[in-house]
Ligand binder design. Structure first.
Ligand code: ATP
Ligand code: LTN
Length: 336
């Protein structure tokens, strides 16, 4: 039988703090699901993380923890390439070349740049503005056809596509133009538990807004109990009119695998108190085995290190192919 050639898929998460259930539902959970269908390449995006201030010791710790979390969430290093972005220098090298075809106007218009500039007004640096060009380099180096991310990254993916097309038009076919894989239903944008008009973010100053993947059971139950809903009492999925309740239904749906309609039916006639407690219990139950597996992996640092080192070698081999092609196309003399 003819074997179908798998296409490549790339995604990354920044080691910029504790990973939330928003990151998990919108992105990481899908990483393991896609690993049989695609040649998957997943990175810990430490080069991206330093665009906002990081404590060096915390960055080092978060990098190891995120690698362990990837593994604990079922990403199999036998099927995927898992590595740390700064271990493969081609990411910086390609982003330099792409910088020469990216315009400051398009970069300064990015929503994330505007949001982060406002939030970190004391540290608006060139890296923050260049963030999407580095992200384009990540994706284009591996000729990725698909990029699973949450809805907030859609604009960056559009820019990646624009840069790929611009380069291909100027220098000839070089890059695969990637597509985003963004969940269709809710889930692509999990909202804050404390303010359902804002996305759940690990850098929120209010810790009641997010639940991290490492959070203990009591804290999870407490945060869900306090989650903002509305003054009505109906448990119905309607993100416009009932953003808080809809967000909780989405989280319940994501962790149980039940359809949104079934989730609504299950809670029909029940009060908000019971509903919030049930969602909290479900999340705590779902996170427990992931937490246990992560702790087991962190106790075996040598294994996690070996996964990231082998991943970097494999990523380097793929990245070098694209980078050589790019260098040839732009006219760098090879000396051969
Ligand atoms: P910050 O909130 O500090 O800006 P972040 O969590 O948005 O960080 P990343 O760690 O790089 O940034 O995000 C990793 C992945 O999680 C991305 O694919 C992103 O789109 C997704 N993601 C982030 N927040 C959410 C959310 N609230 N709902 C769904 N997906 C999300
Ligand atoms: N910017 C992304 C993280 C990231 C990424 C990537 C995602 C860095 N490089 C390449 C997909 C593809 C974020 O989620 N904040």
């Amino acid at each position: 039988m003819e074997e179908k050639v798998k296409s490549s898929l790339f995604s990354a998460v920044q080691p910029s703090g504790a990973v939330t259930i928003g990151n998990y539902i919108g992105a990481i959970r899908n990483f393991a699901r896609l690993q049989d269908e695609y040649n998957c390449i997943y990175a810990v995006a430490d080069l991206h993380a330093i665009t906002v201030k990081q404590e060096p010791a915390a960055l080092r710790r978060n990098t190891l923890e995120l690698m362990a979390l990837f593994l604990a969430c079922g990403i199999d290093p036998k099927k995927c390439i898992l590595f740390v972005q700064s271990h493969v220098s081609a990411h910086c090298e390609l982003s330099w070349v792409l910088n020469t075809i990216a315009y400051p106007g398009e970069l300064s218009r990015m929503t994330q740049f505007k949001d982060k500039s406002a939030k970190h007004a004391e540290n608006v640096n060139m890296g923050l503005m260049d963030y999407p060009v580095l992200m384009a380099a990540d994706i284009l180096l591996y000729q990725a056809a698909l990029v699973p991310v949450g809805a907030d990254q859609k604009q960056h993916l559009e820019l990646t596509r624009d840069l790929a097309i611009r380069f291909n038009n100027r220098f000839g076919q070089t890059f695969t133009v990637p597509e985003g894989y963004i969940l269709k239903d809710s889930g692509a944008r999990i909202m804050s538990l404390a303010d359902p008009s804002r996305k759940m973010s690990k850098s929120d100053e209010n810790p009641n807004g997010f639940v991290t993947m490492g959070e203990d059971r009591d804290s999870i139950l407490r945060k869900f109990k306090r989650a903002v809903t509305d003054s009505d009492s109906e448990i119905r999925y309607d993100p416009e009119a009932k953003p808080g309740v809809s967000n909780l239904l989405t989280i319940y749906h994501a962790f149980t695998g039940k359809s949104l309609a079934d989730c609504e039916r299950e809670f029909a006639g029940k009060g908000y108190g019971d509903f919030k407690a049930a969602v909290g219990e479900t999340v705590a139950d779902a996170l427990a085995p992931i937490q246990a597996e992560k702790a087991r992996l962190l106790a075996d640092k040598a294994y996690v290190n070996s996964v990231m080192n082998e991943g970097a070698s494999a990523a380097f081999r793929l990245a070098r192919k694209t980078l050589s092609k790019v260098y040839r196309k732009v006219g760098f003399y090879s000396g051969e």
